[in-house]
Design a binder for this molecule. Structure first.
Ligand code: FAD
Ligand code: SF4
Length: 470
């Protein structure tokens, strides 16, 4: 590591350069440009190589961060990519979309006062660069078994599970109802955070490793769950959470009020020329109010700006400090012209004489006592109602579990919220109450993060390997 241990004082943290404001407000391309070799080596050299690396503990997949930073600093890109793939199935994706300020970088010793090491950007760099140099995972030493596992869902949880299985000689077949792999990485997260080519490259890599994808296949419709249970040695459920949370607002279904995910998917399909059931919704020349404060809300405001909306605001019922979305994304949204309206709770949608949306009635809030999760609950201030003008409203209140009927019929245990019950501490990690059935990702955790879904997919694969005695 650094000869000079005080390197972090001389070399300041730098983030990758962002595209210009004019490009960012019209183009659906990643806003962060690649760092140069020299920048990466210098930034990696800022790592103190702490004896007890908090970054590694805080990272849900426990990446060997100080070790691959050292390799990056020495210019050993292939070795760094090899090492990063030992703990993470989609490191180039995590480098792009993890909320690093809450995870690895938030735990970096240098974060207080000096600026954390740019861990996420370096993770992205080493893997993109290694792929560019032609490196691919080498599975030549893997001894194949006759075991086969059906993975339902090609989102990060399903992909991570398939990755670990195939590296251990088990043949995974991944089913997804959509025409491309990625789950919300492809049909949710907009290209200005994650370009779709990253996933198509990943699909090629996974296929060359021996993972089989059966896309456009809705389990329960095109193929029965029973037949998968019969045909395969085990099944991994990674279906995500897709029931949008309603606000119970008056006129919530009025024309001009849109749900977040169909809006985002329709936009992606339009850009990519893909067909799904979600039509394109144009917010050009509209005054848009987005309700919510998470990652999905941030993606909606930034998509609206790029579509040419006249004015875009985000109304959230708590203050900025209590917003669930990534700080980095809030800052990016602000730079792109989004107005944030904090401490405003929506009461109802206002409609004109034709029944179309013309505003959102809100009430100001102040924060009360912390709830069970430690978050302070918003309390309305009597008499503070006002109407925000809007001719388009997007509801981004998050998602609830959406367990399909066939899962319930099979007797798979769910908790009171509808999440599949599967524990990492079970004798076989993430096994459900049905021995051949394992589960992970958002459908077990509730809506969470890409990296936690990956962590669960990997753990479930380990549980299955134990169960299958591989
Ligand atoms: P999913 O990604 O939802 O994948 C589930 C897959 O299962 C889908 O492909 C679906 O088609 C498939 N499926 C479902 N039912 C069936 C069936 N019956 N048959 C076949 N296939 C089926 N997290 C971050 O860390 N950073 C971010 O910046 C971020 N931004 C987000 C933005 C948006 C708009 C949203 C909605 C979420 C965001 N998240 C983000 C959260 C993250 O995307 C999810 O936590 C993660 O994708 C969950 O992974 P998963 O594999 O459990 O489920
Ligand atoms: Fe940080 Fe996410 Fe990478 Fe872990 S996977 S090191 S949390 S960016």
């Amino acid at each position: 590591m650094a000869q000079n241990v005080y390197q972090f004082i001389d070399v300041k943290r730098i983030d990758p350069p962002k595209r210009s404001h004019s490009e960012r407000t019209i183009e659906f391309v990643e806003i962060y440009q690649p760092m140069t070799n020299t920048q990466v080596e210098g930034q990696a050299d800022r790592c103190l190589d702490c004896g007890n690396p908090y970054c590694e503990w805080k990272c849900p997949v426990h990446n060997y961060i100080p070790q691959w930073l050292k390799l990056a600093n020495e210019g050993k890109i292939i070795e760094a990519a090899e090492l990063s793939h030992k703990t993470n199935s989609l490191p180039e994706v995590c480098g792009r979309v993890c909320p690093q300020d809450r995870l690895c970088e938030g735990a970096c010793t240098l974060d207080e006062g000096f600026g954390a090491v740019t861990i996420g950007s370096i993770e992205k760099y080493i893997n993109d660069k290694a792929f560019e140099m032609g490196w691919r995972p080498d599975l030549s030493a893997v001894i194949k078994t006759d075991r086969r596992v059906a993975v339902i869902g090609a989102g990060p949880a399903g992909l991570a599970c398939a990755d670990v299985l195939v590296r251990n000689g088990v043949s995974p077949v991944v089913f997804d109802r959509y025409p491309e792999i990625g789950g919300l990485l492809t049909f949710g997260i907009p290209p200005f955070k994650l370009e779709k080519e990253v996933l198509s490259r990943r699909r090629d890599i996974f296929e060359s490793m021996g993972i089989e994808f059966r896309l456009n296949t809705n389990v329960g419709v095109d193929v029965s769950f029973d037949s998968l249970l019969d045909e395969y040695d085990a099944v991994f459920l990674a279906l995500g959470t897709y029931t949008p949370m309603k606000g119970g607002l008056v006129n919530e279904d009025a024309p001009g009020v849109h749900e977040a995910l169909p809006f985002l998917i329709g936009n992606i399909n339009n850009l990519m020329g893909w067909q799904t059931e979600h039509p394109y919704i144009s917010l050009k020349d509209k005054t848009v109010v987005v309700l919510g404060g998470g990652d999905t809300a941030m993606d909606c405001v930034r998509t609206s700006i790029r579509q040419g909306a006249t004015k875009v605001s985000c109304a959230y019922r708590r203050d900025e400090a209590n917003m669930p979305g990534s700080r980095k994304e809030v800052q990016n949204a602000r730079e792109e012209g989004v107005e944030f309206l904090f401490n405003l709770q929506p009461l109802g949608i206002e409609v004109d004489a034709d029944g179309k949306v013309c505003g959102v009635k809100v009430i100001s809030t102040e924060l009360g006592a912390p709830d069970a999760k430690g978050r302070r609950s918003p309390e309305p201030i009597v008499g503070s109602e006002q109407v925000l003008a809007a001719d388009a409203v997007i509801i981004a209140f998050g998602f609830q579990p959406s367990p399909p009927q066939w899962l319930i019929d099979m007797g798979v245990a769910l908790d009171t919220k509808g999440r599949v019950v599967a524990s990492e501490q079970s004798p076989y990690a993430l096994q459900t109450n049905q021995q051949k059935i394992f589960a992970g990702g958002d459908m077990v955790l509730g809506s969470d993060l890409v990296v936690t879904a990956i962590a669960q997919g990997r753990k479930a694969a380990e549980g299955m390997l134990d169960y299958l005695q591989v």
